[in-house]
Design a binder for this molecule. Structure first.
Ligand code: TMP
Length: 240
């Protein structure tokens, strides 16, 4: 992970993919697995993860009738990201814990860039501004056909504004993510996500295991008490 200013001691893992790919379930399972291994984790999500950023999330995903310009979407997710990185992610990494983030900068490139058509290199520059160049050590890209993901999503929960976009839109999102994985093969690992959640979780654990020796369990535990941020747990349940 690159970080402007001081180096950090933690491990930053992001989970990405189309709607219904199972990343939120996998974030929870990975968090449980890491804690049984003695690691301290902070589990969070984007847009969101702080009270202010969760308000931005509600605005972004609201199904009001007013059309939302692509640039408006981009500025909203970037504003939420800056707040989240400054308030939650950077402090957690500085404490040496493992941060698991359900969506991050790659979602902006896939959704607002590849799917909405905004310039991807401009978005990459804006992402650097929003993150202060904090970059994940590992990005797990959960991949499955769009029709499977959308069917899962639409049966599981109330849909938000972006879920309701066309099949073509979600196909562009998926293609965008896969293109990013080709561009950043060291950081992004594609995880086939059609299998059972247990099988996918085992695949995830195999990918994550080699990175764990860089976070010292005892260091992490003395650096902070068990630290899943309680505000996050609350807002996550309130927000969808
Ligand atoms: P989800 O995290 O529950 O899948 O929903 C978040 C939605 O927000 C999802 O439709 C993708 C969208 N999103 C963007 O369009 N750009 C972003 O940068 C992020 C983080 C999310």
């Amino acid at each position: 992970m690159r970080q402007r200013g001081r180096p950090s001691r933690g491990l930053f893992i992001t989970l990405e993919g189309i709607e219904g790919c199972g990343k939120s379930t996998q974030a929870r399972l990975l968090g449980e697995y890491l804690r049984t291994q003695g690691h301290v984790t902070v589990e969070t999500r984007e847009p969101g993860g702080t009270p202010l950023a969760e308000k931005v999330r509600s605005v972004l995903l609201d199904r009001a009738d007013e059309p939302v310009a692509a640039e408006t979407e981009a500025f909203l997710v970037l504003a939420a990201r800056r707040q989240h990185v400054a308030q939650v992610i950077e402090p957690a990494l500085a404490r040496g814990v493992i941060v698991l983030c359900d969506r991050f900068s790659d979602s902006t490139l896939a959704y607002q860039g590849y799917a909405r058509g905004l310039n991807v290199s401009l978005l990459e520059r804006l992402n650097r501004l929003a993150t202060h160049a904090v970059t994940p050590n590992l990005t797990l890209l959960f991949d499955l056909p769009v029709s499977t993901g959308l069917a899962r999503r639409r049966s599981a929960s109330e849909t938000n504004r972006l879920d309701r976009e066309s099949l073509r839109f979600h196909q562009k999102v998926r293609a965008g993510f896969l293109d990013l994985a080709k561009r950043y093969p060291a950081r992004m690992k594609v995880v086939p996500a059609r299998a059972s959640k247990e099988a996918v979780a085992r695949a995830v654990a195999r990918i994550v295991a080699p990175l764990l020796n860089r976070v010292h369990r005892t260091d992490a535990q003395t650096a902070t008490p068990r630290s899943t941020p309680s505000h996050h747990t609350q807002v996550r349940h309130a927000a969808r």
